[in-house]
Design a protein around this ligand. Structure first.
Ligand code: R5P
Length: 293
């Protein structure tokens, strides 16, 4: 038998429902000193377990909680553990930059690879090469097809997909090919975690409806800067799609002030921004999980 387990969250329920699987009982809390407290409250002997969790904010606590849950599930006798972690925290620390920094993404990958998880299913990794940091197989599912279905209609011949940085060109190319639209991209410089500068924007943007396509919205600086330059270059409108709405404080205001009128994101994280359009990542994730189980 297969069961779904994890800290309570809507995406877990949707995945369990769509796969028609029971949700296993577990308790999540804290010890008085702040350490995470996790307890599996049913027999999982011989079961295949889909461990669904988030490593979104608070990233450190959620990540450790998942690792502890995986260990508890393994000790409860599960035969197989497939982890579904749509958003991978620390994924932007996938290189040592600036010098003197840790390769944090690798540290997280080591932790998650060593707690009993057999395979990891995730959504739009910041960089696909991150899969190689894990010593377990990683299956990366793309949210671009479902996000593309929620985009507004554009004036014929006027739409253009823009990647707000060089790292996102692969995702933006995927979207552009699905929609049959031309592609542009920005050259971005990040001087600190909160300071982003778009140096240049390539592509024909005059009188165009621009669709910015990114993986993560954190401070909102990347999308806001790209939108500002797009308007300076004559764009008629700017909308944005992104897989993971991390939404650090101030991000919503930054996007609004930059004139971005619509933002389409997935429910990989629990942030709720009233004017955002949320599409569920459950269908593409369950399609992959069905094949794996
Ligand atoms: C960076 O390389 C990512 O692809 C995103 O562009 C970035 O994480 C967005 O962060 P922020 O919203 O803080 O600019």
């Amino acid at each position: 038998m297969t069961k779904v387990i994890g800290p309570p969250r809507p995406l877990l329920d949707k995945i369990a429902q769509q796969l028609n699987l029971p949700v296993g009982k577990a308790h999540f809390g804290s010890f008085p000193d702040g350490e995470r407290l996790v307890k599996v409250e049913e027999d999982l002997a011989g079961e295949t377990v889909l461990l669904v969790g988030s490593t979104g904010p608070p990233v450190d606590s959620n990540t450790l909680e998942l690792a502890l849950l995986a260990d508890a599930v393994r000790r409860a006798g599960a035969a197989r553990i497939l982890a579904v972690i749509p958003y991978l925290g620390y994924s932007r620390s996938e290189r040592v930059s600036p010098a003197g920094s840790p390769l944090a993404c690798r540290v997280i990958a080591d932790l998650l690879s060593r707690c009993g998880i057999e395979r990891l299913v995730t959504l739009d990794l910041h960089a696909s090469a991150i899969a190689g940091f894990f010593s377990i197989p990683v299956v990366e599912v793309s949210a671009i097809p479902i996000l593309s279905q929620s985009l507004p209609k554009f004036r014929a011949g006027k739409g253009v997909i823009v990647s707000p940085d060089a790292g996102g060109i692969r995702r933006a190319t995927h979207l552009a090919s699905l929609l049959g639209l031309p592609l542009g991209f920005a050259v971005k410089h990040r001087s600190s975690p909160t300071q982003t500068q778009v140096l240049e924007l390539w592509g024909e943007l005059h009188d165009r409806d621009v669709i910015l396509c990114d993986d993560i919205i954190s401070t909102g600086g990347t999308l806001a800067e790209a939108a500002k330059i797009a308007f300076q270059q004559g764009a008629a409108s700017v909308v944005a799609i992104a897989t993971h709405a991390v939404m650090a404080p101030g991000a919503e205001t930054r996007l609004k002030e930059a004139g971005i009128k619509r933002v389409v994101v997935t429910d990989s994280l629990e942030t709720q921004i009233p004017w955002f359009e949320y599409v569920s990542a459950a269908p593409p994730l369950t399609e992959t999980l069905r094949r794996l189980i």
